[in-house]
Structures are given as C-alpha cells and as structure tokens.
Design a protein around this ligand. Structure first.
Ligand code: HSE
Length: 437
C-alpha cells in the first residue's frame, strides 16, 4: 500500500528519536496504521547533522517554508519549538492542506485557538500528544479514554527538570541553586532554564490539559504561574516532618463558578502515589466522576519517549485522514462549537489549603496573636509545627497548615501577621492539596 509521506521540521533530539523509532519499528507501525509511514523530507538549519542522521536518500533542505508547501508531503511534523517561526510554519502547512503533528506546547498554549480554528476550516488534523508529558499518552487518555466522565480535576508533575531539582533538594538537603547546577550538569535543565524553573513550561501543558478536560478555549494568559526558585530546603524538611512532599504541580480544577488553572509548588501527602514520583519522571492524576482517580506515569522528555507520542499521532492521522472531517476526534476533545466561556478564576478566588511559615519571637502571646488573625478571617488551622529556637537565638520558625481557605483571605492574614512586631520578615506561603478526590 502507498506510504503516507511525512516532512520533518527539525531533526534535533526528538526529530532524531522519531526517525530512529519509525525506522526500527516500521513493520509493526505499518501493521497498526494500515500503510507505511515514511519520513520523506527533513528541513533543518544544520544540513550536515541531518545528513549524518538520515543519509542522502530523502529530501534535505534548510528551507522549512518550502517544505510545508511541498505537494508530495501529507503530514508535517513540527519539532522546531518557539512561538514565532513555528506559528508561521504550522499555519502555512495547514493552509496548504497538510495535517500537522507537533510537540510544541508553548505554541499551542499561546496560539492554539487560532491554529485549531484554521485547521478546522481547512479540514486537517493538528495532533499534539508529545506536547504534554512527553511519552505519557495523557492527551489520548483525557480526550478519548475518559470521554464518559465529567472531569473534576487534574494535577500533574509535568516538568521533569523541576521534579529532578526538588528530588535532589529533598534527598541531599541541597539548596535550589545547587540542585539546579546538578540538573544542568546532567543535561536536564537548559543553559537558560527559565521556562522550567519558573513554571512556564508546566503552565503551557496544564493549559492544554484544562482545555481538553473542560471544553474551554486555551487560555495560557489566565493561568497563575509560580516556579520553584524561592523554595528553601527547610520548607522541604518541615513539609516532610508534617507528612508531605513538595512538588511543582500543574492543577486544573472545575469549580462552580469557573476553572482554577495554576502552577505552583504544592505540598501533597507523602503517602499518595504521585508524591513518590522522583527524579525527572512525570505523572498526571485525573479525577473523573465515573472513573474516580486515574494516574498516568512515565518519561516526560527525551528522544525516544517523546518520539513515541509523535509517532502515535502519526498513526492516528494516517488512520483517520480519509475519514469525513466531522467524524474525527475534535482537537480539544469537545466539538468546536461546543467550547464554553466558563471563566478561568483569578488566583485570589482559588480555594485550597496552605502551609504558612513565619519567623517569630519566642515569647508568650505570639501564637495567640497569629491564631486570632487567622480566626478573624475564618481560616481554620489543621496542624502546627514549632521548632526549638537554636542555641542563643530568641526567634523560632512556626509552621501552620490550614484547612481549605480562599487565597484572598490568606493574603489578608499574611499581611496582618507580617505587621506584628513579634514577626520577622515575610511569611512563606506554599499551597497544599490533599489529592484525595
Ligand atoms: N523541559 C521539559 C521538562 C521537557 O523538563 O520536563 C519538555 O517539555
């Protein structure tokens, strides 16, 4: 049977992995897809590198814009990343009637609505399994496997670099800076690790999952994003003593009046399976009303794990490209005219539990002042930890865990606590999720 022709934009780590896996498993992939899937052209700035990987028998070009117009190509795989050129290339590919497979979370989280609308109009597919959690088929699970459910929430460890850093901080008692250096030495974090450590990469992924889970347009600009750069080793230690681990979670939660969409360091009970996801691994926990909790675990990055998702998309597109466009799986799981304008809630409206750490004078009445402030704002305390002051010190760390409270009440409480003459410096706040459904 005639092969389906794929044009690859970018043959770096994931592109190379895609070539390798597609070549190695060609026979089984063809049996699944119904016809061979062949990379017949590659566009890359580094032609020598491309040639060293794929040889001379396929078209090699440094002109990606020519490739997306090539009449011999059926599917474009976009692996160059970024928002600008990638957007132009993907839109040009769609305009030329090509289906698109992409691993580009940033592009879809920011320009997804425009890209999906263009694809819908043209009757082509844009598939993006590799954009979220690398090799874990979480898009497929959310969009198809769980389509009976009213999804209630999703909580994911969806950035391997930060999970590696947090694991190192906990295991070895390292500071954030020291753990980041380790991550860079081992090749997890980029030389400029901003997107990872500031939570932006996780927020791109959470944005996409929220849209598919709740049937809303992609709205990265409304996500609350807080990274791990300010986390201190002692917070990880105190959390541990209280029975919690700290993870950078991407959270999308359905509430009565909107959707919470947030990325931040989060205390989660140590006994949860997801709390034990260590190193650069990813995991996503999804709570549906019918199925209950389901957990998806695996490698969130790397050449072959990410290629696994890229190729799964290629198989899907190959199977479905001749189907009537109305009978394909919608890009965002819900039919395009069924997306709702259910709002993303501002962070002040979020309701969760909190870890609050403060440095307090060790003298009578201090705790009473703090608990009065919390009580006046109807914030209820769940647990408390007070350290013995160090030798010769007259100040001590007090850690409080609260029950569910609204963020704006907690902001008000923190301001009042910080204004007490017995409190030194700022209150450290870390949100807490029980993840128990
Ligand atoms: N940089 C990401 C991570 C992988 O560390 O998980 C690509 O999204």
């Amino acid at each position: 049977m005639k092969a389906i022709n794929v044009g690859l934009l970018g043959i770096g780590t994931v592109g190379g992995g895609t070539w390798t896996v597609l070549t190695r498993n060609q026979e089984e992939i063809t049996r699944r897809a119904g016809r061979p899937i062949r990379i017949t052209a590659v566009a890359d700035r580094n032609l020598d590198l491309a040639r060293s990987l794929v040889g001379d028998n396929i078209k090699l070009t440094d002109d990606a814009f020519a490739l997306v117009k090539d009449p011999d190509i059926d599917i474009i795989v976009e692996l160059i990343g970024g928002y600008t050129t990638a957007r132009e290339l993907v839109l040009a590919a769609i305009e030329n009637g090509k289906h698109v497979v992409t691993a580009n979370k940033a592009l879809l989280a920011v320009h997804g609505n425009e890209i999906f609308a263009a694809a819908q109009k043209k009757g082509v597919m844009v598939a993006f399994e590799a954009a979220v959690a690398g090799g874990i088929p979480i898009i497929k699970a959310l969009r198809e496997g769980l389509s009976a459910n009213r999804i209630q929430w999703i909580a994911g460890i969806i950035n391997g670099t930060t999970n590696f850093i947090l694991s190192e901080m906990r295991d070895k008692g390292l500071s954030f800076d020291a753990a980041l250096k380790d991550a860079q030495k081992l090749g997890y974090a980029e030389a400029d690790p901003t997107f990872d450590i500031e939570g932006i990469d996780a927020a791109h992924k959470a944005t996409l999952m929220a849209s598919i889970a709740f049937g809303i347009p992609v709205q990265f600009d409304k996500a609350y994003v807080e990274g791990i750069t300010k986390l201190q080793a002692k917070d990880i230690r105190y959390a541990e003593q209280l029975g919690y681990r700290i993870k950078l979670l991407g959270i999308a939660k359905r509430k009565e009046n909107g959707v919470e969409l947030r990325v931040h360091p989060t205390l989660i009970p140590s006994k949860r399976l997801i709390a034990n996801v260590e190193g650069a691994m990813n995991a996503v926990l999804v709570q549906g009303d019918a199925v209950g909790a389901t957990l998806y675990y695996g490698k969130g990055a790397g050449a072959e794990p990410t290629a696994s998702s890229v190729i799964a998309d290629l198989v899907d597109v190959t199977r479905l490209h001749t189907a009537d466009k109305h009978h394909r799986v919608p890009h965002l799981a819900f039919q395009p005219d069924q997306l709702t304008d259910f709002p993303i809630l501002p962070i002040e409206e979020v309701e969760t539990a909190y870890y609050l750490r403060m440095r307090a004078a060790d003298k009578p009445g201090v705790l009473a002042d703090i608990t009065r402030i919390l009580a006046d704002l109807e914030i209820s305390i769940d647990a408390m930890l007070q350290k013995e002051p160090d030798e010769g010190e007259d100040q001590t760390d007090i850690v409080l865990l609260t029950h569910l409270a609204r963020e704006k009440s907690v902001n008000a409480a923190m301001a009042k606590i910080e204004a007490l003459s017995t409190i030194a410096g700022k209150v450290t706040r870390i949100r807490l999720e029980e993840l128990n459904g």
